[in-house]
Design a protein around this ligand. Sequence first.
Ligand SMILES: Cc1ncc(C[n+]2csc(CCOP(=O)(O)OP(=O)(O)O)c2C)c(N)n1
Length: 686
Amino acid sequence: MDELKKSDLDEKTIAMSKGLIADAVQKAGSGHPGSAISMTPIVYALYRYVLRHDPLDPKWEGRDRFILSSGHASLAQYVQLFLAGYLTLDDIKGYRTMYSKTPGHPEYGLTEGVEMTTGPLGQGISTAVGFAFASRFESALLESGLFSHEVWTLCGEGDIEEGVSSEASSLAGTQKLGNLFVVFDSNRIQIEGDASITLTEDVLERYKSYGWYTDRVSFNAPSGYKEDVQAFLSAVEKARGVKDRPHFIQVDTVIAWPTPGKMGSEKSHGAPLGEEAVRGLKEELGLDKDKKFQVDPDLLAHARESIKRGEEARKKWEKEFEAWEEENPDKARLHKRMKERLLPEGFDKAIDELEATLSSDPLPTRVSSGKAINAIAGAMPEFWGGSADLAGSNNTLIEGAASFGPKGSGTKQWGECAPGGRIIHFGVREFAMGAITNGILLGSSTRCFGATFLQFVDYERAAVRLSALMDIPNIFILTHDSVALGEDGPTHQPVEHLSSLRAMPNLDVVRPCDAFETCEAWRQIFKKKEASPSALILTRQKVPSLLLSRQKAREGLPKGAYVLKGGEEDEVILMASGSEVSLILDAGTELEKMGIRARVVSVPCMEWFDRQPLSYREKVLPKAIRARVAVEAASPMSWYKYVGLSGNTVCIDRFGLQGSGSENMKALGMTVENVVEKALESLKEE
Ligand SMILES: Cc1ncc(C[n+]2csc(CCOP(=O)(O)OP(=O)(O)O)c2C)c(N)n1
């Protein structure tokens, strides 16, 4: 086939794709046709000519990754997934309907070929940075270029305006991620119309200053609008020649081109174009204006030539992979275990040995967590992570490990960085850290964590939510967990955060009470059968070592709550998490002196407890004991489900104070006397 014919076929396939997009939105009665239509030449070119992917094996490890950051334009991707062979025409017809594979925004785990859930603008492009981290790290860990691939993302003005894209792109520049490619669909239209009302900086200059390679392709040629796929492909080739920087290609487009009355207008952004405009569009495109969901078999065959290309690439990769496996049995074993998400043999032993060293000395749980991280890291080479500039405070440094970064980078303090470095320096970029760690988990079989103060989880919350929605095992380490952090004052003291995190579906919020529970919490985070993310909540201050019963903690922690102290005849239940468990133990002792039998329940993870059978929950919190007090140095909201109408809470429902940790705790009622008083009140109300 000569080039001319090929580009003619491309043009026709693009036209056919646009018709399908317009019809799908029309049929659904809602959706986002505008940018999906005008992005189509780019997405088509990527799937057809650029991406290494194989529709016959969508999860092929060697594939390039494509992320549609403008998730609302999902049809741009769905239609190309159909043309490439991942989806059927019926899937396209099912756009935005219940249980279809083509929901309003792309959803990870639902649709083959969709690498992550997008829709919350800014997160696709930022998570793509994590995919690029993953590829670099995994290649270094397994010492093979087989795990190195390109990461492509397509975004619009909305993504560029969102702050998280700046955070992540700035870090991507510092990291010199040569395998990352961003295509910016610059149509200058967003929901409120002309983007000039909100976005006036020179975006290319901005990316240049981040250290990116930049280029621009304009479909707005002087001779008229031309969707110049060849020009775009040439820009791609040029960009690929630059290996030491991430790439940013701006493509100037006209939204909804060439829909009569709708192109270049926000009217096409988020509503069906209307029957008349769709007919007009089809006429402009040379399609039959009276036919819906037109698919020309020749064009479909042309598009699906990429299957052959993909299959060939995969088979070649697989051959190389087999040879690699043979030559590198140790690495191959590691790879296999990682792929199967199995823990290394020495995992339990590493934690057991650490636990054997724990003394009765009080320790902050963040310090215990740091020890656990290092024990696990020793057994698990695929475990890595970092902090948003708080590594020392979060206790997240993997001892002896290099910092993650390109060869030739580094500082006096951290030494030479390495592509396989296990310490990630995120800078003060909590939201990007959340997105990047999500990308690392989606883009590799490694395990990672990101850390900050609990207070600042609000900055990364939207990424935490996406990890919960995608059901991926991210680990959010959140230290300095209450007003007990002290003199940094109310700006740094979390109050509502625990309850608000617990309100998030599919996120396990784990708040261990001492060194032993912290080690067990780490064990369970890795051992739980669910893939769900975990938030590990840790103290800044020292907490006593509650060596009452390691056996109880070992058995009880995975169940989320367990009786630390108590018996058949208990009259009142005291329950708490984290640093307040020692408080209720003391309160229990006081009550005992008064002749009242108090049951002390440690609640390290409500989500794990709520998953237990009723019989276990009844054993821990028997219905018959209605006198109850929940104690937590945080908002009481999440405890009401356990305390009942006769129960009380000793919690904090106001902002913190500027005193020392112990002064704050006392002033805000986190005292033994207060717990005892509330227990007596509850006993009276029973
Ligand atoms: C974080 C976030 N805020 C708001 C929205 C709602 N929203 C969807 S698309 C859009 C406008 C995006 O403009 P642009 O990226 O230029 O997309 P285009 O108009 O080209 O489709 C907005 C505000 C969203 N999806 N995510």
